[in-house]
Design a protein around this ligand. Structure first.
Ligand SMILES: Nc1ncnc2c1ncn2[C@@H]1O[C@H](COP(=O)(O)OP(=O)(O)OP(=O)(O)O)[C@@H](O)[C@H]1O
Ligand SMILES: [Mg+2]
Length: 368
């Protein structure tokens, strides 16, 4: 008898997030009692803080495939990962998001209309991108009091083919079976907001960039990416305090925006950066409100930088809205002993958790 070992349904699913400052892996499994954390691990990118001072900011996309694959393999080994089925995320800065309003049509018609639409929006040749889309709603625009034809709200995502190819190569080198690739915003939304029916603003503040996303009824409506994030905070602090990147990073994590005696100025140096992120967020909330008449009820923070001491409170006072730090582990079972660690690493693991949940929860938009 031949044992069909490979067709065996995997026990768990991996979420692999290749970020700018570190690679994170989570293994979740679906049990009768709910979704269970099997294991997790993180490896900081070597020389990351040092590279930050270089004039050309490095990103995970510039790392060699073999380097990234080695990091994944090491985490898999160290964390005793047992499954190989994995989903990986694509950084927002290497993708294009658009919300299209199209006349009502069949799914088949849509499939032939999308490339034409994309051609007008995506700045690189359509033959060099992988396109995906999802109908996220239907609405009846009111024109001068009379109802006009129903429209479709379609979210279009385009990812350069070379980026997709890179991830496929990395997965192969790392020895994992790649089940899906998706733009990281979808992963964060799945981890933090998939069952939330309200209008939320998601602020994913990582190391290299901040993603500002309107999430309505659990789906992405608008998304914008800017380069102000954890790296920029550290650099600004290093400058303000006249210290090296390592010291500045330590200061950022221990003090953040919480002012104290002589360091008053250093904390203040971060405020203009955070205000710039807020300004962009306000703009997006206004556009969304003007177009769809919906107000954001809550701001949800994700990414490692959401733990910046004092940030949540500062944003809450300025946004005049509830601001919460996202908890991607909240619906996941894990040993009690891990609670303090999980509390701390939670926001930074949002992408990895969302990726792993991709195979466990009913699937959403993903690059095919
Ligand atoms: N307690 C903390 N306070 C402030 N900043 C923190 C804290 N913990 C981590 N960070 C910052 O969070 C960032 C890393 O976050 P995260 O792991 O989400 O980024 P990444 O996924 O590597 O980057 P990106 O998504 O931008 O490519 C770093 O800039 C780090 O300094
Ligand atoms: Mg990230």
């Amino acid at each position: 008898m031949i044992l069909n070992l490979f067709k065996r349904k995997p026990k768990g699913f991996l979420g692999i997030d290749i970020g700018t400052s570190s690679v994170k892996v989570v293994e979740l499994s679906s049990t009768k009692a709910g979704v269970k954390l099997e294991t997790y691990g993180e490896l900081k990118a070597y020389g990351y803080l040092k590279r930050l001072s270089d004039p050309i900011q490095s990103s995970s996309l510039q790392m060699l495939d073999s380097e990234v694959a080695e990091m994944i393999k090491r985490i898999i080994d160290d964390a005793n990962v047992s499954s190989t089925a994995a989903s990986m995320s694509i950084p927002v800065f290497s993708s294009f998001f658009t919300l299209l309003e199209l006349p009502s049509m069949s799914v088949k018609e849509l499939a032939s209309a999308i490339p034409f639409q994309a051609r007008q929006i995506v700045p690189i040749p359509i033959s060099e991108v992988v396109l995906d889309w999802e109908i996220i709603g239907r609405f009846n625009p009111q024109a001068g009091g009379s109802t006009v034809q129903e429209k479709l709200l379609v979210l279009l995502v385009a990812v350069p083919r070379e980026v997709v190819d890179k991830y496929v190569r990395v997965a192969k080198l790392a020895g994992v079976e790649l089940r899906g690739l998706e733009v990281e915003t979808f992963s964060v939304v799945r981890a933090l907001l998939h069952d939330n029916q309200e209008t939320n603003l998601l602020l994913d503040i990582g190391a290299r960039s901040t993603n500002i996303t309107i999430v309505d009824s659990g789906t992405i409506r608008m998304s914008h990416n800017l380069d102000i994030s954890g790296n920029e905070f550290t650099k600004t602090l290093a400058h303000a305090l006249g210290v090296n990147m390592r010291r500045a990073e330590e200061h950022k994590i221990s003090r953040g925006l919480v002012q104290k005696g002589g360091e008053l100025e250093a904390s203040r140096a971060l405020v203009p950066l955070i205000d710039a992120v807020m300004q962009d967020a306000e703009k997006i909330m206004n556009i969304y409100y003007r177009k769809y008449g919906k107000k954001v009820v809550r701001v949800v923070l994700g990414g490692g930088s959401s733990n910046l001491p004092g940030l949540r409170e500062y944003l809450e006072s300025r946004f005049a809205r509830e601001v919460v730090i996202g908890e991607p582990f909240s619906a996941i079972k894990y040993p009690n002993i891990l609670a303090p660690v999980i509390q701390e690493i939670g926001p930074a693991f949002s992408v990895a958790i969302g990726l792993s949940l991709r195979e466990i929860l009913p699937s959403k938009l993903a690059v095919k």
